[in-house]
Write a protein that binds this ligand. Structure first.
Ligand code: MRU
Length: 357
């Protein structure tokens, strides 16, 4: 089955597929400067929480690789600047900060082991590649744990794009759907277009079409209608940040889908890696919500569709944990009460909770 490749580390630099141009054009860029990577994250050349994490790790490695520092002390000072530039790109997706912390830990361990500058450069690149490699394995495990929650046949709904484009693996929510289909389930995916940035219409529709997975594209204001009348058997979405109590930030519009799913007795699942947990914050009220440009609401792909009025663009909303039937991770499936189940999964590298209904 087709798997999109949003990012890769190559000998000439970090290659990214420009997701802003999809589905019309498949254009890639090769970046050799960490500042270009930071700009690409901010401007959504690459997006989706886990893929942003991979991009940040590769950006950090690129910065180290191309640094002109002559001593470890100089490199350390420069790495702080590199990390800060990457950290300032998008505030909600916690995978970004997770990846930067991991790269910083690696740097510290190399310095503690008295590694040479050349060795630090080499090993930091290897660490970024490992982050990417692990994302693929993580997605596959999420898919395996999540597939039993998909119906044997019928309609499922998602939101935004939580596929390969968003993770640099097989996807989280779309990974669950993909594995279920590979196991023989006959699923049809309802894809809300996901205004204003249209990740559903542009990216999920493109990915599912290329993967041969049947879908129907709907507008966001059709969600309630289809949850009521469309025999939808499950909803599965990704996440950008999951608080300790299970409250989950995901693409704007997810909250209303979760509430309407509950109203219509449709189970609503989150599929996300452990790197999306933020156990440092007690609940969703503490999740920073990215506010993006009003032009992304008043314009579609550069064409004005509204008069010159004030427009709001919170890029994410928070779904309270009580609407979530289960949080599917690479270590198992957390169920309410989430404070306990997420804590167990975060602390235990072995699957602690099995994927049972
Ligand atoms: O603004 P985006 O496109 O980066 O938002 C993406 C989402 O909200 C995804 O659902 C989330 O990051 C999970 S991706 C596996």
């Amino acid at each position: 089955m087709y798997v999109a490749q949003p990012i890769s580390w190559t000998a000439s630099g970090v290659v990214m597929l420009d997701q802003r141009r999809l589905p019309a054009e498949e254009i890639s860029y090769t970046y050799t400067d960490y500042r270009e990577v930071a700009k690409a994250i901010r401007e959504m050349v690459i997006r989706g929480a886990p893929a942003i994490g991979v991009a940040a790790a590769m950006g950090a490695a690129l910065g180290i690789q191309h640094s002109s520092a002559n001593s470890v002390a100089e490199l350390r000072a420069e790495f702080a600047v590199i990390s800060a530039a990457l950290a300032e790109t998008r505030p909600t997706a916690v995978d970004l900060f997770w990846a930067l912390e991991r790269m910083n830990r690696k740097f510290d361990s190399l310095v503690a082991a008295s590694a040479s500058l050349a060795q630090i450069r080499k090993d930091m690149v290897a660490e970024a590649q490992l982050v990417h490699f692990e994302k693929k394995a993580t997605d596959e495990a999420i898919g395996r744990f999540g597939a039993p929650f998909m119906p044997q046949h019928g309609q499922v709904m998602t939101q935004c794009n939580a596929g390969a484009l968003a993770t640099a693996g097989i996807g989280t929510a779309l990974g669950v759907i993909r594995v279920a289909i590979e196991q023989g389930k006959k699923l049809h995916v309802l894809v809300p277009e996901t205004r204003p940035y249209l990740q559903g219409a542009r990216l999920t529709a493109w990915e599912l079409l290329k993967g041969g997975i049947p879908l129907t594209l709907i507008t966001d204001n059709m969600v309630g209608h289809f949850l009521k009348t469309g025999a939808v058997k499950a909803v599965v979405t990704g996440a950008d940040r999951i608080a300790a109590n299970g409250d989950t930030a995901n693409k704007i519009g997810t909250y209303q889908i979760a509430v309407l799913a509950r109203e219509n007795n449709v189970p609503f699942y989150i599929a996300a890696p452990i790197s999306t947990f933020d156990m440092n914050i007690p609940d969703g009220q503490h999740i920073p919500i990215e506010q993006r440009a009003a032009e992304e609401v008043t314009h579609i792909q550069g064409v004005r569709i509204a008069p010159d009025v004030h427009a709001a663009h919170p890029a994410f909303d928070v779904t309270p944990a009580r609407y979530i039937a289960g949080i599917i991770t690479e270590r198992g499936v957390a169920r309410a009460p989430y404070l306990d189940s997420l804590g167990d999964l975060a602390a235990n590298p072995q699957p602690a909770i099995s994927a049972t209904h």
